[in-house]
Every structure is written in structure tokens, then in C-alpha cells.
Design a protein around this ligand. Sequence first.
Ligand code: UTP
Length: 276
Amino acid sequence: MSAIKKCLFPAAGYGTRFLPATKAMPKEMLPIVTKPLIQYGVEEAMSAGLTGMAIVTGRGKRAIEDHFDISYELEHQIAGSSKEALLDDTRKIIEECTFTYTRQVEMKGLGHAILVGGELIGNEPFAVILADDYCVNEGGDTVLAQMVKLYEKYQCSIVAIEEVPEDEVYKYGVIEGEEEEPGVYRLSNMVEKPPVEEAPSNLAIIGRYILTPDIHDRIRSTPPGKNGEMQITDALMAQAKEGQVIGYRFKGRRFDCGSVEGFIEATNYTYQQQNS
Ligand code: UTP
């Protein structure tokens, strides 16, 4: 049995890049073909053996809670028809997982969202999925399953990293570290959204993390960073200074579904996969 049982989903952001679609609907409910982004995230967590889903929501996000609940009227309506199978995946999730929710009242950044969500996690290592980073790995282990396996060996925080074009490093947290084994880096430093000339590498942190429970105190004790927001990078940096963060170049492909272009790419890719 893995030590990691819970997955935190920070899902309180406004999703302004998708306005007006996200005016009254959470970004996490945008569908890639017919399944909402957050459902792919939950299924990835399940594939890694996790069953406790802790979701940090905000105002206007109730559709997420309704999605992971039974809809008796709808079930009754489609019972016995060819459409019944369309809800098989959500039924499985509802049967096998438990969901807990809390609200982030003010959007003070990802670090703050993780701190708020910490109340749902307790004193144990946990995974974090940013559902707008949609990850696929055809046939192999999912990205989070790969990371949970790696945690068994390293027993410290792990961030998923990906090589990005140099002119895009300014959008990400970027790592510096020593490669200990192929694709596995012991991090010494991280820089949040650096200009290209200050970036220590072009290896960017994407939305999959495994965090050890000391992260909560580290977030509390780091002063707010850029734009007064609490970034998770700052707290991770404190762990990295003690050699306690691994960067893992995962196997698979990531789509940045927080951007319109990435979302369209993911939609086309998934539609083609489903119909090939
Ligand atoms: P983003 O910055 O990509 O999401 O945050 P956003 O703010 O919703 O998007 P735009 O830029 O306005 O379009 C990355 C992830 O962190 C969560 C978001 O929901 C998203 O999943 N987040 C961010 C929070 O939960 N709380 C915050 O205060 C900030």
C-alpha cells in the first residue's frame, strides 16, 4: 500500500483566459470532448491508487460538487437505454472515492490554495493535480502513478518537470539541479516565471506534485512573492535547499488546458485517439 492516499485539486482560480465561458462555470468543468478536465484529473489520481479527493473550490464552482454526485433523475431517464453506459466512469468514481471540499475565499495564489486545502489532508504526504494541465501517456503508467512509484524510493517532495522552449520559460517555475538518474533531478533551486536570461534551465514545473506534510509550515513561513501571491515555488525552494525535492521528467505528454490553444490541441488529440 502506498503512503499517499489523498490528492488535492486546487480549483479556485477564476479561469479568466476562458471568459466568457468561465463567467458562471468553473474552468475545471470545461470538457475535453465529453469529459470535464477535473474528471481526467480524478481518474489519474485513481490510477495511482489514490481514493481521497480533496478539492479547493471558490465562488461559482458548485458544478464540480454536483458532477461527483449521483443525479437520480438523470440516471432514471437514461436507465436501460444505450446512453446508460455514458455515466459508467462517473459511477465508478463515486463508488470508489471520497470527496471533500473547502473554499478558498480569496485567490491568493497556488501556495495559498494548497495551504487552505491542507485542512482536508492532515499530516501525511499527498499529491496535487492542477486539472488544467491535462496529461496523457498512451498505454503506460499515468504521470501521477509514475510519481507515486518514485516517491516510494525518494520519500521527499516530487515535482513533475517538462522541457519547454526557451521563449516560454517566463510562464513557469523553472528548476536548477543535478541529474541523479536519467530524468530524475535533485533540485537545488527554483525560479518562478523568470525572464529567459535569468532562467537556470528550460525545465519547467507542471501541475503534478507530491508534497511532504512539512510543506504546510513552509508555505506559512514564506512571505508572499510576486504580486503579493503565495507561490508554491517559494515553499518548495525551502525544501530544495535541504535537498528534499526531486524533479521528475515524466513519460507522457501534457496539454496546457489553462490556455485556449492548449485546450484546442488537447481536444483534437483526444477526439482523434477516441476515433482511431
Ligand atoms: P492559473 O493561474 O493557471 O489559473 O492557476 P487561473 O487563475 O484560474 O487562470 P487564468 O490565468 O485566470 O485564466 C493554476 C491552478 O491553480 C489554481 C487554479 O484553479 C488552477 O487550477 N489556483 C490558482 C487556485 O486554486 N487558487 C489561486 O488563488 C490561484
